[in-house]
Design a binder for this molecule. Structure first.
Ligand code: PMP
Length: 299
């Protein structure tokens, strides 16, 4: 953490921040910029659009493999209160290969599925937020890292629990914080430290993702990863078999073999393996073994 930032521990989840970010950083009716990278970016935008003018500054176009929006050419409308990105799209399994240059406009990021999976250059952001339940602990808590200078933007008319400025002044205790979720997060942070910190997390996550993507790419088309190289998420690995029926057989047989939650998000189907920090390499190795076994029987 560089100087000049505050960490808030707030009740609720990432979707609370979909509402709190525009409410605190923009004036009602003001303009906010969003990059449309997929499902969660769109939900964040929809929440902001309740009270603000949302301008979509980037999206992936074209019929080629799925990818994050291009990082160049973002035209931010004058007076944009901030620019919002979703560095890792949990549902589509898409990750940006870098960060956009948004000039003086504060960059805001929903890091719910990627926080603490690798080092993050906080100084590039005005605000970063994450729901705790993927890499930080259990549901009920959201972590917000905010540049101190932005705290002055929280209007006095906001509800006190929903004001970043008042929560920062009260050390996140305007009301009773979600103490059990905080305790779990403290334990997870100790565990991450004991593993060697974020560089060690990044190395482990790269190894896990490489194991799985290599198995998919080496399957001679039996399994396919639809996301473009360079844009593939390290923690949400999307893949599929030749058809939806076989995907269902795969997920059902995997479940019976003790490999759970491999069905894709209902919106897009297919298969998805989420390899958050808590997933050990042995879990990925077991999945890859199962995939080889499955291909021998159905290939
Ligand atoms: N953003 C992203 C990127 C997510 O993955 C999720 C949850 N899957 C959310 C927001 C919503 O989080 P919550 O349920 O904590 O509101």
């Amino acid at each position: 953490m560089p100087d000049g930032y505050r960490i808030l521990f707030l009740a609720g989840g990432a979707m609370h921040q979909f509402a709190m970010v525009p409410a605190n950083l923009a004036t009602p009716g003001g303009t906010v910029a969003y990059a449309d990278s997929g499902y969660w970016a769109q939900r964040a935008m929809a929440e902001a659009a309740r009270q603000h003018q949302v301008c979509v500054v980037a999206r992936h176009e074209g019929t080629q493999a799925l990818a994050a929006p291009p990082l160049q050419g973002w035209q931010l409308p004058p007076g944009s209160a901030y620019c919002h990105i979703t560095p890792n799209e949990t549902v589509e399994g898409i990750a940006y290969p870098g960060l956009p240059d948004v000039g003086d406009v504060p960059l805001v990021a929903d890091c719910t599925s990627s926080c603490l999976t690798a080092p993050l250059p906080i100084a590039r952001f005005g605000l970063v937020y994450a729901g705790a339940q993927k890499n930080l602990g259990i549901a009920g808590l959201a972590v917000v890292v905010i540049q101190e200078a932005l705290l002055a933007r929280s209007s006095a008319s906001l509800a006190s629990v929903a004001s970043y400025r008042l929560q920062a002044q009260a050390a996140s205790c305007v009301n009773t914080p979600p103490v059990a979720a905080l305790l779990v997060t403290a334990m997870v942070l100790d565990w991450i430290d004991a593993q060697g910190g974020l560089p060690a997390m990044a190395e482990a996550n790269q190894r896990k993702a490489a194991t799985l993507y290599c198995a998919i790419d080496a399957s001679q088309g039996f399994f396919c990863a639809p996301v473009a190289l360079g844009h593939r998420s390290l923690v949400n690995v999307r893949f599929c078999c030749a058809n939806a029926a076989l995907d269902t057989v795969f997920a059902t047989e995997a479940e019976a073999a003790g490999l759970h939650h491999l069905r894709g998000h209902p919106r897009i189907g297919g298969l998805r393996a989420s390899l958050y920090n808590a997933m050990p390499q042995a879990g990925v190795d077991a999945l890859v073994d199962f995939m080889a076994h499955f291909q021998r029987r159905y290939g």
